[in-house]
Design a protein around this ligand. Structure first.
Ligand SMILES: Cc1cc2nc3c(=O)[nH]c(=O)nc-3n(C[C@H](O)[C@H](O)[C@H](O)COP(=O)(O)OP(=O)(O)OC[C@H]3O[C@@H](n4cnc5c(N)ncnc54)[C@H](O)[C@@H]3O)c2cc1C
Length: 475
């Protein structure tokens, strides 16, 4: 056992430190690299509480070893892998519910708590925690904070940042900080943590705001010949001044993938399916159902289904929820992008993605949160086939370029990780990046927390470049 592993074991116990290559291999990838890329850490450590996280951070700082916080590894941007080695700090043991504050409509949980567990905790108090990433049955709340995760209901309710009211976090040197409500000040710092992808601090405890559960829900599905119809449907809802709780879209290729698994894709053969969910009190929702139906039909729907009961509503949503598994069944790998463009340009972006897929010989399925302009352009690849990963990446790069030309964002919800780093500067500009690097350096001056993620490295100054390289550049 190395000195590092021995020192870690002294803090958390020998059974909480893994160094055998067979164990390390399971943590060498996240959902992005599930079908290919591997980055072996030097050790994995499983602390059980904030104090142990602090102790682990002190040990790693002493050894000058990078640390990568990790929740469930469902991230799609390679954020939870140790590029170039280091220690993976896995929070999966930290699942305690620390406080249920029904009257204050809040809940305090440890960072390793599964997102769906937060939904259950809220429901048990007849309350509601709206952020609902598709990965909720597996992702952790700490990972959700780190990525500012959101889901279908972002349109009406917002994302994780809108419900995060307090957190305990551990800095790169092991210091423990408490931010947000309950602490003096710190609310602004809390916001900084949300979406920092494990580059600024390790989140260990999370205080979340809950809201009253809506009295009624109604779901409608509308089939269209193509994606333009779906974009027109979104515009028609805006024109009618209706803000649904969720407004989702699934393209024909994704519907075909769902159908190929034997599941009922609701509108087989359609070019696009739009799902609308309404929430509120019963009278208000009933009135909106009629108005939504009119708007969907006015946008050229070939068929509109309004769920009569909860069972039918589940059936309509089942198609949307089945996509990830269906895509995995059609092809073993994927390059899954979550870009964001102005809502009225979704159809145009899907056309770009299809053209990129055709050009590089990789099929593509698209679906996403139409109301927010978030498009998951998923290129299907077989990583065992030579060149498939590169073809998928090349097609994704075309999508990124088009997104930035449209004034959109490289990520709607999955984060940048290392996967999107090459494109970040073009989106944010050098001045913004310089600011981000200064914030990072003030919290983590030695760059030990999740290096190589989210923020592209600063260009080397001439003094840092090897003399021979300077000479070569001069000639
Ligand atoms: C099938 C599927 C569906 C998905 N659907 C959605 C969706 O609808 N919306 C959405 O937003 N995302 C979605 N995702 C992406 C992913 O689930 C989210 O980004 C999620 O927030 C990651 O949580 P995790 O616990 O798995 O984090 P990990 O993947 O383990 O880590 C993700 C990042 O967070 C950092 N991190 C993790 N825990 C901590 C912590 N405690 N402190 C500091 N940093 C930490 C890691 O270093 C890494 O950079 C989906 C993924 C899958 C596989």
């Amino acid at each position: 056992m190395s000195t590092l592993a021995r020192d870690l074991a002294a803090q958390v116990g020998p059974s909480r430190v893994m160094v055998r290559p067979a164990d390390l291999a399971s943590y060498a990838f996240d959902a992005f690299g599930a079908a290919g890329e591997r980055h072996l850490p030097d050790a994995i450590v499983f602390p059980g509480n904030t104090d142990e996280v602090s102790a682990v951070m002190r040990v790693c700082a002493h050894h000058g070893v990078p640390v990568v916080p990790r929740g469930a590894g469902t991230g799609y941007a390679g954020g939870a892998v140790a590029l170039g080695g280091g220690v993976v700090l896995n929070l999966c043991r930290m699942t305690r519910v620390l406080a249920r504050e029904a009257d204050a409509m809040r809940v305090l949980v440890e960072a390793g708590t599964i997102t769906a567990q937060v939904h259950h905790l809220a429901a048990a108090q007849r309350l509601y925690y709206p952020p609902d990433p598709g990965s909720a049955p597996t992702s952790t709340i700490g990972g959700n904070v780190a990525c500012n995760a959101s889901g279908a209901h972002h349109l009406l309710y917002g994302g994780t940042a809108d419900y995060l009211v307090g957190a305990t976090a551990v800095l790169a040197d092991g210091r423990i900080v408490r931010l947000g409500e309950g602490a003096d000040g710190g609310a602004e710092l809390l916001r900084l943590l949300c979406g920092s992808e494990g580059t600024l601090a390790v989140v260990t405890e999370v205080l979340l705001r809950l809201v009253p559960a809506p009295a009624t829900r109604a779901t409608l599905a509308a089939a269209y010949d193509g994606m333009q119809g779906a974009t027109d449907a979104a515009a028609a809802l805006v024109a009618a001044r209706i803000l649904p709780a969720a407004l989702e879209v699934i393209d024909g290729a994704a519907l075909d993938a769902v159908a190929a698994t034997g599941a009922d894709p609701v509108a087989p053969g359609a070019g696009a399916l739009v799902l609308v969910e309404l929430e509120g009190d019963a009278t208000e929702v009933a009135a909106q159902v009629a108005a939504v139906r009119t708007a969907l039909e006015g946008a050229g729907a070939t068929r509109v289904i309004a769920a009569e009961d909860e069972q039918e509503s589940h059936r309509l949503w089942a198609t949307r929820k089945a996509i990830s598994a269906a895509v995995a069944a059609v092809m073993i790998g994927k390059v899954n992008e979550d870009v964001c463009v102005p809502r009225d340009r979704v159809a145009e972006l899907v056309t770009v993605a299809r053209a990129a897929g055709e050009r590089h010989g990789v099929p593509v399925v698209t679906f996403g949160h139409l109301g927010d302009g978030v498009v998951h352009a998923t290129f299907l690849i077989d990583p065992r086939r030579r060149g498939d990963r590169e073809r998928g990446d090349a097609a994704a790069a075309k999508v990124f370029g088009a997104v930035l030309d449209m004034g959109g964002s490289l990520t709607g919800e999955h984060g940048c990780g290392y996967v999107k780093l090459p494109f970040v500067e073009r989106q944010l500009g050098e001045d913004t990046l310089r600011l981000m690097r200064r914030i990072k350096a003030s919290l983590d001056p030695r760059g030990l927390l999740n290096p190589g993620k989210k923020i592209p490295p600063a260009p080397q100054t001439p003094a840092e470049v090897e003399p021979s390289a300077v000479e070569a550049a001069a000639h």
